[in-house]
Design a protein around this ligand. Structure first.
Ligand code: GLC
Length: 734
């Protein structure tokens, strides 16, 4: 055969047999083209099936077209164990014990965006390895009251800190081809009446306090998923809320990810169709319909929705727009090109958990430099308190985990001490003991029915004969003690811990308090102890990280992400009797949340926002300003010299706050506008540079519904906390 006929024959052969790859399957094709191609091939039933759960944590793909299912997993601190198809309880698999990372309040307390990225990347690798394509976290609801049961899952009281810490977490998770699902959007700031409470908040507080972290996650972090909250806003459930989802998320922020309901957060079919919900999960379907083949058919966005589409009540475009968002999730995750493979339970992840904990633990007080505890001279160390031996990775609600291991504080202390000192333990107090959560057992047998006085007497005997006492107490994720669904009843430490501490301080003056908790607590004993450490819930490596700080292997560098007020009524929500409300809750304090409230009322906190001590000393030099004037087009650079004048390397977070001296609308005395964490060797000096631009001076004008600024004078504060201001000066916005 002549050569041309061979070529022609080859062309025909390949042309006939080499099927064109459909665009939706072509990972090199633009996502939006893949979406339209997939959509054009789907039936109405297949489209509707994608919009609601098919099991407790999954929704349908399109098996006929090879489009995978969507698999969600809790939570913000680690990958939840596999559950039964339609249950909350774990299924008892033997390959799904995870790394428990520190609670997100601990991450916020690192004030280190690099830690947030490390966290997101690590937990994203765990989710990826477990073949989940949506991680149901992080939570960024603002800390309005210290009684909120879920504050430990969130990032504190300040919108700027939360905004800066949530973005790298989202980017880290999504670098694994797993969507971060930022929650709970929005105004879920209490657990009391969480399914029914209708939140009233003025637009300035909404835009300046409660939305910024979500907005940053969407606009800077490019979050691929958002979870609606349970509560109502303007009398509409947040999971199908036209103000939050249509007007703000979609129109103002140009969000193009998916909106997922909280589990059981969808209550109305029409609102679910028209008010921005894409994927409905966890709906309680009793009474919705009796003709169900499975209760998932009874979801609002299941049969009821299909019927309304089919009879023309709701246009197919409404459904197509939801499916476009869901397909975009699929092409960003399970069907994306060169998607990583993840890792699970790896040494690197345990190291990451420990590192984040080390950087997040906050040293609140350290009189006579009692910490770090030296291990020379065979000291007698008394460890007292139930939280030294109690697991914290199980319980507290949906963030509960089945961890591969959890190093408890007593274990960590003993491991660090070895035979260099003598460690004795006394229970001291006994809290409520749950043995498990959702079928995950702690495996601990720490019930103890001795009387309070017996426990205190035993603890005092141990304390009396010791050189130093390490008290490990706090809260414990039991109901009403840092737990989803159930806020705390009061600001106190529970289980007579205050009485125990009073007794201990009478027999030993060298007391170090280690608080394991996710919220502030009242500290009537604050003057009777020499040192206080806020140790959060640090997950699998908790005991090691706490010991690393106690014995000086690591120099503490955490800073408080929320204020520790002296008493509950010092918080705005309580001073104004604006919590928990009933059917309605009114955020009467407006923008004055946390230190914004305390400073407005000249109320000294016990430990201020941004506070955290170090074992070394940082000396702040006189900042150098590039100018004292800025305009809407040019900015000011501030250079702050910081020197480590102590004998130990350490990290310091330099904070920059700005206050508007004169404004037509009320504004806080000052607000956090920049921070930078730096490490300095002993004797080393570095300059920390900040840029101040007009954006840092703006406020939300609720009348014009726009961010704006007013020219005039502002005060710049440079400090080591919101109270510990080293330097302040005026600048002028022309
Ligand atoms: C829970 C929580 C949410 C969690 C979801 C799935 O009720 O509010 O944070 O991700 O349901 O467990």
């Amino acid at each position: 055969m002549r050569s041309w006929s061979v070529i022609l024959a080859l062309f025909i052969a390949t042309g006939i047999f080499a099927q064109e790859t459909p665009i939706y399957l072509d990972v090199t094709a633009p996502v939006e083209e893949r979406i339209e191609d997939a959509l054009s091939r789907m039936t109405v039933e297949e489209k509707v099936a994608m919009c609601h759960a098919q099991s407790k944590f999954s929704s349908a793909g399109v098996p006929r077209l090879g489009i995978p299912e969507n698999w969600m997993t809790d939570g913000p601190h680690g990958i939840r164990p596999e559950v039964f198809w339609n249950e909350w309880d774990q299924a008892g698999w033997t390959n799904d014990s995870c790394v428990a990372f520190p609670a997100l309040t601990c991450l916020a307390a690192t004030w280190n965006p690099d830690m947030a990225y490390l966290y997101g990347k690590s937990i994203g690798e765990e989710a990826r390895y477990r073949n989940k394509n949506v991680l149901l976290g992080p939570g960024v609801n603002i800390y309005r009251t210290p009684l909120n049961g879920r504050n430990f899952e969130y990032m504190g009281e300040d919108p700027y800190l939360a905004s800066k810490m949530v973005v790298p977490y989202v980017q880290g998770v999504q670098s694994n081809g797993v969507a971060a699902c930022v929650k709970h959007f929005a105004l879920n700031n209490q657990e009391t009446n969480r399914h029914t409470v209708n939140v009233h908040v003025d637009d300035r507080a909404l835009y300046e306090i409660y939305l910024p972290a979500f907005r940053a996650a969407v606009q800077e972090g490019n979050a691929w998923a958002i979870m609606g909250a349970y509560n109502l806003y303007k009398n509409q459930h947040a999971c199908h809320n036209r103000y939050l989802l249509n007007d703000i998320l979609r129109k103002e922020w140009n969000y193009n990810g998916v909106v997922i309901s909280d589990w059981g957060g969808a209550y109305d079919t029409y609102e679910s169709a028209y008010n921005g919900l894409d994927m409905e999960f966890g709906t309680g379907t009793d009474g919705l319909t009796d003709a169900r083949t499975s209760e998932y058919d009874a979801y609002h966005l299941a049969r009821p929705y299909l019927k309304l589409i089919k009879n023309g009540d709701i246009p197919i475009e409404n459904l197509d727009n939801k499916v476009r968002n869901i397909l975009r999730l699929v092409f960003r995750t399970t069907m994306s090109a060169n998607r990583p493979y993840g890792t699970f339970g790896s040494p690197e992840h345990f190291d990451a958990a420990r590192k984040i904990a080390q950087e997040g633990i906050v040293l609140l007080k350290n009189e006579e430099n009692i910490l770090p505890i030296g291990l020379d001279g065979k000291k007698r160390i008394a460890v007292i308190g139930e939280n030294a031996i109690r697991m914290m990775t199980v319980g507290g609600g949906s963030s509960s985990l089945k961890a591969k291991h959890e190093i408890l504080p007593l274990d960590g202390i003993k491991a660090a001490v070895g035979n260099k000192a003598e460690v004795t333990f006394a229970r001291g107090y006994v809290g409520k003991i749950s043995v498990g959560y959702n079928g995950v057992d702690t495996g601990q047998a720490i019930e103890d029915n001795r009387e309070k006085d017996t426990l205190i007497a035993e603890a005092c005997r141990i304390a009396e004969m010791s050189d130093i006492v390490i008290f490990v107490g706090g809260l414990n994720k039991e109901i009403h003690q840092d737990c989803e669904g159930l806020d705390r009843y009061d600001f106190q430490l529970p289980y007579a811990q205050n009485e125990l501490l009073d007794a201990l301080s009478k027999v030993n003056e060298n007391i170090v308090v280690v608080l394991v908790s996710g919220n502030a607590v009242e500290m009537p004993w604050v003057d009777n102890v020499k040192s206080i450490m806020q140790a959060w819930y640090c997950g699998s490596e908790a005991g090691n990280a706490i010991a690393d700080i106690l014995f000086g292997k690591v120099n503490p560098s955490g800073k408080l992400p929320f204020s520790f007020a002296r008493k509950l009524d010092d918080y705005g929500a309580h001073a104004l009797d604006a919590y928990p409300g009933d059917r309605d809750v009114y955020y009467k304090e407006g923008i004055f949340v946390g230190y914004r409230w305390l400073e407005k009322n000249k109320t000294k906190p016990l430990f201020p926002f941004g506070h955290g001590l170090s074992y070394t000393i940082f000396k702040y030099g006189k900042p150098v300003f590039s100018s004292r004037e800025l305009s809407s087009s040019d900015s000011i650079v501030v250079s702050v010299p910081i020197r480590n004048t102590g004998g130990m390397k350490g990290k310091e977070t330099v904070q920059l706050y700005i206050g508007d001296k004169k404004s037509t609308l009320p504004r806080p005395l000052k607000e956090l506008k920049a921070f930078r964490k730096i490490e300095l060797q002993p004797g080393e000096e570095k300059n920390v540079d900040f840029k101040i631009s007009v954006a840092d001076l703006m406020f939300f004008d609720d009348v014009r519904h726009a961010w704006t600024y007013e020219t005039g004078k502002f005060v710049v504060y440079i400090g080591a906390s919101s109270e510990d201001i080293k330097y302040s000066t005026e600048i002028t916005l022309k």
